[in-house]
Design a protein around this ligand. Structure first.
Ligand code: FES
Length: 108
């Protein structure tokens, strides 16, 4: 059906591949940034910052439950994707993360 996108569960990495406080880009049709907070929790957002083009998977900082884009210091809530400060005003798309044993998947 036109306008309908199908979400697929996609293998991202193993739990040992991503240290707490780090992010990575998961390649695919929809590029996803996978983040692991200092608490060890996984979150997935759109890879590109919503302000300008910048890969949050390749270069970003995590603080509590926020991801910070280093280009102009926009911050986003990892749970909702909502920006929490300027210059970003558009939310990041968020994606479900499934941890199955040692394997981490994103649904995107
Ligand atoms: S590109 Fe991310 S804050 Fe500007």
């Amino acid at each position: 059906m036109e306008g309908t996108t199908t979400m697929n569960r996609r293998f991202a990495c193993t739990t040992g591949d991503l240290d707490p406080g780090e992010s990575m880009t998961v390649p695919g049709d929809v590029k996803v940034a996978l983040h692991r907070t200092e608490d060890g929790e996984f979150f997935a957002t759109a890879d590109s910052c919503s302000h300008e083009e910048w890969s949050l998977g390749e270069d970003s900082d995590l603080e509590d439950d926020e991801v910070i884009c280093p280009l102009h210091m926009a911050r986003f809530n990892l749970r909702t994707g909502e920006p929490t400060c300027f210059p970003a005003t558009i939310a990041l798309q968020t994606f479900e993360v499934v941890v199955d044993g040692d394997d981490v998947y994103v649904v995107a």
